[in-house]
Unconditional design. Sequence first.
Length: 126
Amino acid sequence: MNIWNFEFNWEDRMGPVMFINHKGKKFGFAICHRQEERCIRLFGHTSFLCSRCTGILIGFMFLLLLPIQNMTLSWFISIALMLPMTIDGLTQLIGLRESNNILRLISGILFVQGFYFILRDFYLIL
């Protein structure tokens, strides 16, 4: 018997949303906040994800397209790649500054690259 059920929907106000049904209870998670001022606009169209989530998606596409299977990065470099998004997101969250869409996009791309190598190293250790 499957007690976990995952469901993905599109909400007009929030964009992509994931729901987890567990033992009759339903929990929802917004995958992206999709605030319009934080979304990328090209040729009069607004993207369906915010700039940071778009950067994360582009970062994953880079991982799929680049032959990096034998490439290694030190943990120091991997963490350094993850720091821009972490610092950008946290300083904006606590109100120290307001980020911009280009910084969100680039920091999202860099974060995925560093995160991939850390996850891969953990997998290889196990």
